[in-house]
Design a binder for this molecule. Sequence first.
Ligand code: PHE
Ligand code: ZN
Length: 896
Amino acid sequence: MDTPKEIFLKDYKLPDYYFDTVDLNFSLGEEKTIVASKITVYPRVEGSSFPLVLDGEDLKLLSITVDGKELKEGDYCLDSRHLTLPLPPSGTFTLEIVNEIYPQKNTSLEGLYMSSMCFCTQCEAQGFRKITFYQDRPDIMAKYTCRIEADKSSYPVLLSNGNLKEKGHLEGDRHYALWEDPFKKPCYLFALVAGPLESRDDIFVTRSARKVSLRIWTPAQDVPKTAHAMYSLKEAMKWDEDVFGLEYDLDLFNIVAVPDFNMGAMENKSLNIFNSGCVLASPETATDGDYAAILGVIGHEYFHNWTGNRVTCRDWFQLSLKEGLTVFRDQEFSSDMGSRTVKRIADVSSLRNYQFPEDGGPMAHPVRPHSYIKMDNFYTGKILSSLALNVPVYEKGAEVVRMYKTLLGSQGFRKGMDLYFKRHDGQAVTCEDFFAAMRDANNADFANFLIWYSQAGTPVVKVTSSYNAEAHTYSLKFSQEVPPTPGQPVKEPMFIPVAVGLLDSSGKDMPLSSVYHDGKLQSVEISNHPVYTTVVQVTKKEEEFVFADIFEQPTPSLLRGYSAPIRLESNLSDSDLFFLLAHDSDEFNRWEAGQELARKLMLSMVADFQQGKPLALNPNFVHGLKCILSDASLDKEFIAKAITLPSESEIMDMMEVADPDAVHSVRKFIRKELASQLKAEFLNMVLANRSSEEYVFNHPNMARRALKNVALAYLASLEDPETTELAVHEYKTATNMTEQFAALAALAQHPGKSRDDVLADFYSKWQHDYLVVNKWFALQASSDIPSNVENVRNLMKHPAFDLRNPNKVYCVIGAFCYSPVNFHAKDGSGYKFLGEMVVQLDKLNPQVASGLVSSFSRWRRYDENRQNLAKAQLEMIMSTNGLSENVFEIASKSLA
Ligand code: PHE
Ligand code: ZN
C-alpha cells in the first residue's frame, strides 16, 4: 500500500470545472455491466485552461470522447485512481466515457453491487467513482438522466432517481427504463436498483394538494412487513410540513429494502435505499425498539430531502451540516410521535455510551473534522445490532443544532431554518452558512458558538452554588474545562447554554424574576408571565450568575433537558439528588438525578470491590427506586428508564483505569439485590402489565411493555425456580416479539437448561426469518456468560451466518464487543478474536472492518496487561499486507 494521504479542510479549493447535465446509460449483465456517461462540462472561469481530473476506482475504461472525437492513449492519463485530461477544450464541451464494472464481484457494498437478486447502488460518500469516472465531490451538482437496460425476467423492476420518462422492450428478452431527475444533485445521491421486487403502494396528498405516489419495494414475501414503514413515511411527510413548512417536491417517492447494506439507510433523491432491518416489521417478528428505530430512520432519510439534498454539503468535512441537522430533525419527529422525555433519555444515554468515550480517546475529532484519510470512517463509530453510526458527526452534531433551538426558541429556530432554505436552496454549503442563517434571522449574538464545530472533546463544567439569605440571592458559579484531544492540546472556553430551574422546599418550581450577570441585572420574566426555567449562557472559563428575589434556599435543577453536550459536575448532595428524583418538574432531570445517584453509588462500590470489601447496597437508593416504582402519576416508560442502571461502559468511562470485571460484578450485584428487595413490586409489575389485546404501536402500549420487560429482567436475575418459571411462561405465552424476545433475553443471561431450551426453541420457530435469526445471534454474541468467545466462534460456523452480510457481522462480531467482560477478557481471547476478524473482513468489506477496529481504539484506558494484549492485536493488524485505508486510519491513530 502507498502511504495513505491525509486530506485537509484548509486545502479546499473550488473545482476548476462544473458539470451541467449527466446522462447515464447502464447495460446490466451477469458477467459485466457497461456504463456509458455523457457529461456537459464547463469551466468555472471562462477561458481558463486547467487539466480535468476525474476520480475512478476499479473501472475498466473502454473509450473516451470529447465533443464527439474519440481520444487516443496519450491524449489522457489513467492511473489506479484518476483519469486526467491534460488539455480539455476551452469553454463548454461534451465528454463521453464508456467503462466496464463487475457488480457481482463487489463485496465492499459501495458503488454498484448485488444484494440477493438485485442490483443496487451506494454512492455516499465516494462510491460513485466505482461506477464511472467523475468529479466525485459534493459541490459538483448536475441534472441527471439514467437509462437502465437489463434482462427482463431476472430484473423486472428498474428504478433510478426522479421521474420515469419512458420504458420499453428490447431484443433478447431485455427491457429498459429511462429516468429523469429534475433537481440538480451531487453524485453521492445517485441511485439505481434493478431486480425482482414488489411494492406496497400508497398516496400522500401534500398541503398544496399535490398527490405523491409512495412505493416501498421488497421481495414479494416481505411486502406484508412494510406497513409500519409506510405509516412512518406518511407521518414524516406530514410532520415536516407542519413543523418546518417543508413539502415533498416530486410526484414519486420510492424506498427499496435490501438485506446487504453497510449502514442503516441512504437518502438518494426520491429513491431511498434501506437496510431491510430498518424497514421490515410485523408485531410477531419485530420489537418495539425495532418499530421505533424504523420510524426514526424512515423519518431521517425523508427529512434529508431538504436538509442534505435540496441544500447539500460543499465538501465532506461539512458532513454534520446535513447529518447533525437531520438527526436533530428525526429526534424531534420521534419525540412528537412518542414521549419527548423518554426519547431524550435514550439519546443522552447514547451520547454517554459512545460519544463521551470516543471524545476522550485517540479517535476524538470535532463535529467538523480538520482532516481525514478515509471519509467513510466518519460514518461509523458506534455499531448496534444493525446500524453503524458516527457519534461526533451525527449525534454531537445534533446536539449542536439543538443548542441553536435552546438559545433561539422554537420560533427563532424556525426563522433561521426558513432563511437557510431561502438563501441556499440548490447549493452546496458549509456549517458557517447554517450558523449565519440562524444568527441573521434572529439578529442573535452567538459569541464563540462556532467553536462547537472545530473543538473536539467533551467540556467539563463545574457548578458551585450559594444562597444569601439576607440579600435573597442565589448564586451559581460555573467553571469550564475542555480536556486536550489529539492535535488540540490547548482549548478555548465554549458557549454553553445551561437551562436552570430552582425548586423550593416543597419541591415546586420557584418563579425566576431576574438574574445578575457581569454586575448587570437582566430580567427573566416575559411580560409578567412567571418563568420557571431560564437558560444562562456560560461563555467564559469562569462565570457567575446570581438570581434575585429568591426567598428560601433552593435546590437547583441544572442543565434541564440536557441543554448542552457536556459533563456537569455539581456540588449537589445525595439528599439533593433524592429530592430532585422525587420532585423535579423537568422529567429529564428527575431521571438524571437518579442516574447521578446510581453513578456515584456504582463507582464507590467498584472501589470497594477492588479493595476486596464486601458489597452492600445503600438502603436509600432502594427506597428511592421503590418510590419511583409506586408513583402512579409517572409514565410507565419513564419508570422503566428510571429503574435502569447506567451501563457498564458508562461507568468504565468515568474511571481512571477502566476495570470491566469490577464494574460488571458490581452492576450485577446491584441488580440482583434490587430484584430481591423489590421482588413483590416487580412481580406485580409483570402481572399488571401483561398484554390483553392485539399489538399496537403507540406510546401507552409500548410503555406498558417496557415496564413489564424491565421488571421481568430484574426478576430473572434472581435465578430462582419461581422467577425462571415465570420468564419461561412469559416467553411461551407472548403474542408479540417485544415480549417474547424480552423473556428470551432475561433467560439468556444465565447459563443452564432453561437458557439452552428457549434458545433452541426460538431458533426452530424463527429460522425462516433472517431478521429474527439476527436477533438470536446478537443475543448470544453479546452475552456476559463466561468465556463466550468460544460460543461466538461457533455461531460463525452456523449455516445462517455469512461474513459478507454486514448485519450478521454486526450481530455476531460487533455484539460480542459490547460485552465488556468477554471482549476485555483477561486472557486476551476477546482481543485475539477481534484481531483475526478484522483482518479477514478487511479483504471483503473495508468499511465494516474499520467499524469493528474502533472497539480497540480505547485500549489505553485499561490495565497494563490488557493494554499489551490489545496493542499486540493492533500491531498485528497494522502489519497485514494490503490493509485498506479505512482500517489503516483507525488502527494507526489508535496506536499513535
Ligand atoms: N447518509 C446516510 C444517512 O444519513 C448514511 C450513510 C452514509 C449510508 C454512507 C451509507 C453510506 O443515513
Ligand atoms: Zn443522515
